[in-house]
Design a protein around this ligand. Structure first.
Ligand SMILES: NC(=O)c1ccc[n+]([C@@H]2O[C@H](COP(=O)([O-])OP(=O)(O)OC[C@H]3O[C@@H](n4cnc5c(N)ncnc54)[C@H](O)[C@@H]3O)[C@@H](O)[C@H]2O)c1
Length: 337
């Protein structure tokens, strides 16, 4: 989808053919192509999207902000909290906008649930489960398996989406402590049954599963479950389950939602129809979450709207993930001071 008033004019990749390909795909070959992002930043651009591996999210975003560009950086915000804070500092000094690619927030189920949470329908949310579980879907391309370049495996890659959704719904960004466990149980397997083909065990240095028990300062508990490879049939990703004092919410799968509670002395489960629809022959025009994400960023730059993903929130997600990794390493709870 083309975003109104937005033109993509410059593309960069250390592998030139990839930048060329993007130029043809998104600018009909009319854009400029670069191999070094610092050269791209010299161009007269309003905004830059940072879509590189996690190791370069912070340095490229910071350089882009210093060059006076608004930045949309892919998730996770950074490899660790120190880098995320440096990005916030750079944002403050630049006076430009910084946002992070948590597009699951723009799904119809997420938008509906956020409104319910903000309107107090769930009451005080004191228990939540953030889930990102794959049975065998290890990303085998790029550098996803490389600890040094990515900072971790499924926890930082997909657990990040589930935790972001959960904190956003709870509107709670004050963690007290986290206990984490990290597993390297299946990454040496050879006949893997993986959705994207067998992985190379030698390259697979990140965890294959990670789990966290997070206690917030107000006493709320969040259980975070993430895996790229786990012996289970309960496959769900980028979803949250919330239990509040007035009602609860489940996302059986990304894109679907139920609200549960008690009404007139009876248990009820509400399943909102998240399609536009309402006519026999047409389901309504669905807007893709990634398109809504791009539109929202463009409008915020033009001063016509607000960012939907604040980088301060994304920094807390990164902070908690780092705490879970740290707890798994030390075997002790990680306290957030
Ligand atoms: N929001 C989402 O759901 C979502 C989905 C997929 C990927 N991502 C994120 O996007 C990022 C990239 O993932 P991907 O699947 O596209 O990986 P990828 O390996 O397919 O693409 C990354 C590209 O970055 C290029 N690159 C690496 N370092 C660079 C540098 N310094 N300057 C310019 N180009 C550089 C690589 O050559 C490669 O072409 C990751 O951080 C990932 O977490 C987010």
């Amino acid at each position: 989808m083309k975003i109104r008033d937005v033109e993509m004019t410059a593309f960069c990749d250390i592998i030139s053919e990839r930048a060329e390909k993007a130029n043809h795909e998104y600018a009909e070959g009319r854009g400029k192509v670069f191999k070094d992002y610092r050269e791209l930043l010299k161009e007269d651009l309003d905004a830059v999207c940072v879509l590189t591996p996690n190791i370069s999210h912070a340095p490229i975003s910071i350089d882009a902000l210093k060059a006076g560009k608004h930045v949309m950086c892919e998730k996770p915000m950074a490899k660790n909290y120190a880098e995320a804070r440096a990005m916030l500092d750079a944002r403050d000094k630049s006076g430009k906008l910084l946002t992070i690619g948590y597009q699951n927030r723009y799904r119809p189920d997420s938008l509906f649930l956020k409104e319910e949470c903000d309107n107090g329908v769930l009451g005080n949310i004191y228990f939540a489960k953030a889930t990102a579980i794959r049975r065998r879907a290890v990303p085998t391309w790029g550098v996803f398996l490389d600890e040094e370049k990515q900072g971790g495996g499924p926890l930082i890659d997909i657990g990040t989406h589930a935790l972001d959704l959960t904190l956003f719904m709870m509107n709670n960004y004050e963690p007290a402590y986290a206990v984490g466990t990290v597993y390297h149980k299946l990454n040496k397997d050879k006949k893997t049954g993986n959705a994207w083909g067998d992985w190379d065990p030698k390259k697979f240095t990140v965890e294959d599963s990670a789990f966290g028990f997070i206690v917030m300062k107000n006493g709320a508990t969040i259980i975070l479950q993430s895996s790229w490879a786990l012996n289970t049939t309960e496959v769900r990703e980028a979803v949250t389950t919330l239990s509040g004092t007035k009602a609860g919410a489940d996302m059986p799968q990304a894109g679907s939602l139920t609200i549960n509670g008690i009404k007139n002395g009876k248990q009820y489960v509400l399943t909102p129809d998240l399609k536009a629809g309402g006519v026999a022959f047409y389901d309504g025009a669905a807007v893709k979450d990634s398109d809504l994400e791009a539109q929202t960023f463009a409008k915020a730059i033009q001063g016509k709207g607000k960012l939907y993903v604040q980088p301060e929130e994304a920094a807390v997600v990164t902070r908690i993930l780092e705490g879970i990794y740290d707890s798994a390493k030390t075997g002790k709870p990680h306290y957030f001071n």
